[in-house]
Each structure stands twice: as structure tokens, then as C-alpha cells.
Design a protein around this ligand. Structure first.
Ligand SMILES: Cc1cc2nc3c(=O)[nH]c(=O)nc-3n(C[C@H](O)[C@H](O)[C@H](O)COP(=O)(O)O)c2cc1C
Length: 403
């Protein structure tokens, strides 16, 4: 609902002194414009950025999190338009296999739909979905403002601190999604939270989540790398990674289990530790990884004068080199692991670079700047790349890679 929720339409009519009999007509006109703008914003990144996004920011008085809520509302409001354009987002020659399903290679990264509020509309545009991160309790997270935007660099800084409507709410959304008829794999991001250093609570919560969501999902992504939640660092050891993978696989059996990995700097020691964690997760029975989560930066590096936290997770273009390094190192060491790529995949060039090592691509930050028309832009560019390099399909290219 992009044009009439917070932007109180009655007030607009009052201010412009519209006569009663004209109100109904004008409302219809607004609705018509809203629909047209929504459709064009879905298909065209420049229109999204220059028009739709600007209007949304003005409606939300500059609050990026409110803009995000409005965007999720708009997706649910305009399912008819999404249904109409859905087939244009599907290119058979770009299909890959994710969680045993034949789908487009673009997915949503966790954070984009934290609580599963827009699973259905998103499933019509993306190849696979990663809602979450889901935690057991309902939790507010840090107080707002906790998200800052760098408009020039296309980056986001966030210190949300795991806000969640909780497991029960999410399970209801899963019940509505109907994964029997919708062929778009659901791989929720999940995490049990340690209490201080007490890891038992983390495992207890992880088990509760998995038992509850198991029937509805095609896999899970375990997320021990959220940079804003300090207690999670106790889980980032080889033995806890192995233990977590075992627990997840015991509970979800043949369904896909991946771990979301954070970025690391270009130092041998950091790289070795990172690879050791991946190895331990795979040893425990895990199927693969997602690289990478946001990069932790200190307060003084955040482009906001009123930032109230000591740090934030930085995402978008800044992550591109971290993502590529992690993808390459992971692929060279674990040729058979399934690898999801994320971190500033904002063009066909970036998508092509990531696909030199990864099996599927997901994003959050780039879609907030360019809208979902970015999928069309990347699909078009990837098809050109395939053609230039002598491949008919993306699957053919992926199979040809040698590591
Ligand atoms: C506001 C915001 C919230 C996020 N929340 C989560 C989250 O709950 N769980 C998670 O694993 N990653 C979360 N992420 C990280 C993204 O999933 C992704 O790994 C990262 O932003 C890099 O990809 P991008 O450049 O496409 O955004 C969040 C990112 C942003 C910007």
C-alpha cells in the first residue's frame, strides 16, 4: 500500500479542498496511479530508484525501516500485478537446482523478509526464499534508529540486534504459504540464542525451531554470524559448528542445511580459522555455506551523526571483495559444498563474478536501491555472458567449472 497508508489521503483531499462528489473519483485515480507506479517500479530499476523509492522515503519521513515495512505491505497489496509479471521473471535457461528444485538462481537474503510477511508475493519473483533470521521469542531488538543508509555508495549499516515477531508468528506465515503447490524453495535462516555464555539455551532453541518449521521448509540456514549479537561469538568454534550441523541434520534429515558465514579480512590466520569453521560444519553433515554476512564496523565509520551504537554491520558494495574472496577460498577447499553468494550483487557483472564459484545468488541491500527489476537486469546480462562464452544454459556453465 504505497500511496495511501501513512500518507493520509483524507488530508490531501482536505488540503486541496476537493468537493465530496469528486472524492470517490479522485481516490480511484490515485489507486490507478499507484498500481501503474508499482508495476513500473517492479520492472525498471531506474524508475524504482528515481520515483518509487523517493515517494516511499517521503511517506516514511526518511525512516528506512518504515520504508521497508511499506514495501512489504505493497507486495501483499499488489499480488495481482505480481502474478501478472511473474512469468517475465522466469528464464528457463538460467535455472539451477536449489534444494532439489529447478528454479531461478536469485534468492532473498535473510533480513529482507524477517518474519515471512511476504512469502507468497516474493515467491513469484525470486527463485528461492530465505526468510528470517527466525528466533524463538518475540523480540524488539535494539531501539530505532538502528539502520543508516549510504545513498552514494549503495550501502546499509544496521544494528538491528535480531528483532523478530517470534517462532509462533513465523510458523503461522509458513502455514499460509502452502509449499506443496508453490515451487519456490523455502530455506529460513534460524538461530538459537545463547544466554550469556550458556550454549545449552542456543541448542535448545535451535531444536524447538527446527521441530516446529520442519514440515514446511526445504532446508535451513543456521546463522551464528550476526555481528550485532555478542553472545553468538561463543558458537563460532569448530566444535560448536560440528555439533550444530549434526543437530540440524538429525532433525531435518535429507533437507538442505547450510551455515551463514561472516566476512574475513585478507590475512592468512583469519582465512584459516574461517575455513576450519566451514570444514567443521561440513564434517558434521552440513551441505554448504552462504558467504557472506555483514561486516562489523565501529561507530566512527558510520555515516550518521546520531548513531547510538558502538558498531554496525555494513552491507552492499563494500562487501563485494569480501564475498569474492570467501567464495573462492571456500570453493577451492570444498569443491562439493553447495555455496550461496551474497554481498553487493547489484549487476550482471557482479552476478557473473559470483557464479565463477557459487551455485546460487541472493541479496538484500542492492534490491533496496534498485528494486526487483534488478532481477531482470541481471538475468538479461547473464544470458548475454553465457552466449558470449559459448554456453546455452547457466546449468551447463556451472557444470563446466573445474576446481
Ligand atoms: C537491515 C539488514 C538486516 C539483516 N538481517 C539479517 C538477518 O536477520 N540474518 C542474516 O543472516 N543476515 C541478515 N542481514 C545480512 C544479509 O542477509 C546479507 O548477508 C548482507 O546484507 C550482504 O548482502 P547484501 O549486500 O545483498 O545485503 C541483514 C542485512 C541488512 C542490511
Amino acid at each position: 500500500m504505497l500511496f495511501n497508508k501513512d500518507y493520509d489521503i483524507k488530508n490531501i483531499f482536505k488540503k486541496t479542498k476537493v468537493k465530496n462528489k469528486d472524492k470517490g473519483h479522485n481516490f480511484m485515480v490515485f489507486k490507478w496511479i499507484e498500481k501503474k507506479a508499482f508495476k513500473k517500479g517492479l520492472e525498471n530499476p531506474s524508475f524504482f530508484r528515481g520515483v518509487v523509492r523517493r515517494i516511499a522515503y517521503s511517506m516514511a519521513k526518511g525512516d528506512p525501516e518504515r520504508v521497508h515495512e511499506l514495501a512489504l505491505d505493497a507486495l501483499n497489496e499488489h499480488t495481482d500485478i505480481i502474478e501478472e509479471v511473474s512469468k517475465d521473471f522466469d528464464f528457463k535457461d538460467l535455472h539451477v537446482t536449489v534444494a532439489d528444485l529447478d528454479v531461478m538462481p536469485f534468492g532473498t537474503a535473510p533480513g529482507l523478509d524477517k518474519n515471512g510477511d511476504a512469502l507468497r508475493p516474493l515467491s513469484k519473483l525470486f527463485g528461492y526464499l530465505k526468510p528470517g533470521t527466525i528466533i524463538v521469542p518475540e523480540r524488539e531488538g535494539n531501539s530505532r534508529p538502528r539502520v543508516a543508509i549510504d545513498e552514494k555508495l549503495d550501502e546499509i549499516y544496521n544494528a538491528q540486534g535480531f528483532p523478530s515477531k517470534g517462532l509462533e508468528y513465523f510458523t503461522e506465515r509458513l502455514g499460509e504459504y502452502d509449499n506443496k503447490t508453490i515451487r519456490c524453495p523455502l530455506i529460513p535462516s534460524v538461530c538459537g540464542l545463547p544466554l550469556e555464555e550458556n550454549l545449552n539455551n542456543a541448542y535448545k532453541e535451535l531444536e524447538i525451531i527446527l521441530r516446529r518449521i520442519y514440515p514446511y521448509v526445504d532446508g535451513v540456514e543456521w546463522n551464528p554470524f550476526s555481528p550485532n549479537t555478542k553472545a553468538l561469538s561463543a558458537l563460532r568454534t569448530p566444535s560448536e559448528f560440528k555439533r550444530s550441523a549434526k543437530l540440524i541434520k538429525d532433525l531435518i534429515g535429507p533437507k538442505m542445511a547450510v551455515v551463514k558465514m561472516g566476512p574475513y579480512d585478507d590475512y592468512e590466520e583469519q582465512k584459516t580459522n574461517w575455513l576450519k569453521l566451514v570444514e567443521s560444519f561440513l564434517d558434521g553433515g552440513g551441505d554448504g555455506i552462504t558467504a557472506v554476512n555483514t561486516y562489523m564496523v565501529p561507530k566512527e565509520k558510520i555515516p550518521s551523526e546520531t548513531w547510538g551504537y558502538q558498531s554496525a554491520g555494513r552491507s552492499g558494495t563494500f562487501l563485494q571483495e569480501y564475498r569474492q574472496r570467501a567464495l573462492k577460498d571456500a570453493r577451492m577447499n570444498f569443491p562439493n559444498a553447495f555455496i550461496f553468494a551474497t554481498g553487493g550483487i547489484d549487476s550482471a557483472e557482479q552476478a557473473w563474478s559470483a557464479l565463477q564459484y557459487a551455485d546460487a545468488l541472493e541479496g538484500y541491500t542492492p534490491y533496496t536501491f534498485k528494486g526487483f527489476g534488478l532481477i531482470l537486469e541481471m538475468a538479461d546480462g547473464l544470458r548475454t555472458k553465457l552466449k558470449e562464452n559459448g554456453y546455452k544454459t547457466l546449468r551447463e556453465f556451472l557444470a563446466s567449472r573445474e576446481f
